[in-house]
Write a protein that binds this ligand. Structure first.
Ligand code: FAD
Length: 396
């Protein structure tokens, strides 16, 4: 018997892991547990907000996993995990046993970490930090906004899903405003003083959008501590109150709740893992990948989740066969679009050394600050190529 693997979560990490375990050894029984039959990617959801793509174009399904790879897919929520008995309880009443379990549950939003920002508030002031209904809600609000309105975004401190994501979002919404509501403003209230690709973003904002985008960092009282969603108002740490026409609150985050139920998360809400295999350091035979993990210096990105899933899949296949897993390497590139023809990127290559994940010296890098327009255009085209390739690799 080759063994039974359960995978929880059909996003970037989970769908990739299910496929690559089957690729590694088709005799292993693999079951994927995911409540939704369509997965909408956060990557490129900022283009949906800007009206440059529709939601269907970022939707993916599990047909290839089922039909080509023989993965069993159960559309249910995993509600509880018993690590000692190696079993998982599902929302449909089933309890399943496993030899190895892989979790890629992504993030949960920390409701009420910002006073007044709970699930009900998110219906008025969307986060749109999980793609789907929330993306459409924020898009409708942007469309309905009058010219001359103010779009406010509240941005959390590290660590959070997709470090450059808020700034790409601001850029693409500015692109939309520039064409359709040119008198509007964008105010970014940030709980930190530095952000990913900051120099590239701020100089491109100036070049493309003049003074439309204003960024206020932590030291200038940028941290939002209270939200009044009904009035679209936010209050910062030192008492400044801002009123928005459209309010986007990206709250602090933690690993998806099932990580707590499995006993693999730490007091900070994230999951420590063994750097060589992505097995939990706390519970044997449970592997965790993607945003839920503590994997710095790798960012919480879809590319990183996909890369980590391949390492964990190889480790699971090896451990079920009783052999040593291969030495791991990971890669990541985060592209950001400043408009549909202007791309920038940050890339990294990583390895495990003495139990730590490290950036391989001399690998990776950032787009040049003085690149000509043709390079920005090429990077925007690479971003589209990346999206096609990674979604093909993950969902088929
Ligand atoms: P997810 O992809 O969120 O998948 C988790 C899945 O688990 C979900 O389908 C969920 O339904 C399921 N799930 C959760 N709990 C349970 C449970 N208990 N039982 C069963 N199923 C469960 N990354 C990039 O690489 N490039 C980009 O350009 C990029 N752009 C982004 C833009 C935005 C606006 C945002 C918000 C993010 C962006 N990201 C990008 C980040 C990327 O979306 C995440 O890093 C990635 O989704 C992480 O994958 P994951 O598998 O950890 O989690």
């Amino acid at each position: 018997k080759a063994g039974r693997v359960l995978v929880i979560g059909g996003g970037f990490g989970g769908a990739t892991a299910a496929k690559y375990i089957k690729r590694g050894n088709p005799a292993i029984s693999v079951t994927l547990i995911e409540p939704n039959s369509t997965y909408y990617t956060c990557p490129f959801s900022n283009l949906v907000l800007a009206g440059e793509r529709n939601l269907d174009s970022i939707g993916h399904n599990y047909n290839e996993l089922k039909e080509v790879y023989g993965v069993e897919v159960i559309h249910a929520l995993a509600e509880d995990i018993d690590g000692a008995n190696q079993s998982v309880k599902l929302s449909n009443g089933q309890t399943l046993n496993y030899d190895r379990l892989l979790l890629s549950p992504g993030i949960d939003l920390r409701w009420n970490a910002i006073e007044g920002y709970d699930q009900a508030a998110a219906e008025l002031a969307p986060h749109a930090w999980k793609a789907g209904e929330q993306t459409l809600l924020l898009r409708r609000q942007l469309e309905a906004m009058e010219d001359g309105g103010t779009f406010i975004m509240s941005i959390p401190a590290d660590p959070f899903r997709c470090p450059p994501g808020p700034y790409e979002r601001a850029s693409l919404i500015a692109h939309y405003f520039k064409q359709h509501k040119p008198n509007s403003k964008i105010l970014l209230l940030d709980a930190k003083d530095n952000f990913s690709k900051q120099g590239l973003f701020t100089s491109a904002w100036q070049e493309l959008y003049g003074d439309m985008i204003e960024w206020v960092g932590l030291s200038n009282d940028g941290r939002v501590v209270r939200v009044d969603a009904a009035n679209l108002e936010v209050e910062t740490e030192f008492g400044s109150v801002y009123k928005a026409s459209v309010l986007n609150v990206i709250p602090p985050q933690k690993a998806g709740f099932i990580a707590d139920r499995a006993g693999v998360s730490n007091e900070g809400g994230w999951v420590p893992v063994n750097a060589n295999t992505f097995e939990s350091t706390q519970v044997q035979n449970i592997y965790v990948v993607g945003d839920a993990t503590l994997a710095a210096p790798m960012p919480k990105s879809g590319f990183a989740a996909n890369s980590q899933a391949k390492v964990a899949a190889a480790a699971i296949v090896a451990s079920l066969a009783g052999i040593t897993p291969p030495d791991p390497y990971w890669a990541n590139t985060c592209y950001s679009l400043l408009n549909p023809d202007y791309g920038i990127s940050v890339a990294g290559v990583y390895k495990a050394e003495e139990g730590q994940i490290i950036s391989i010296p001399g690998s990776g890098g950032l787009s040049a600050s003085d690149a000509p327009t043709s390079i920005r255009q090429a990077e925007a085209a690479y971003a589209v190529g990346w999206y096609e390739a990674i979604t093909q690799d993950t969902w088929g």
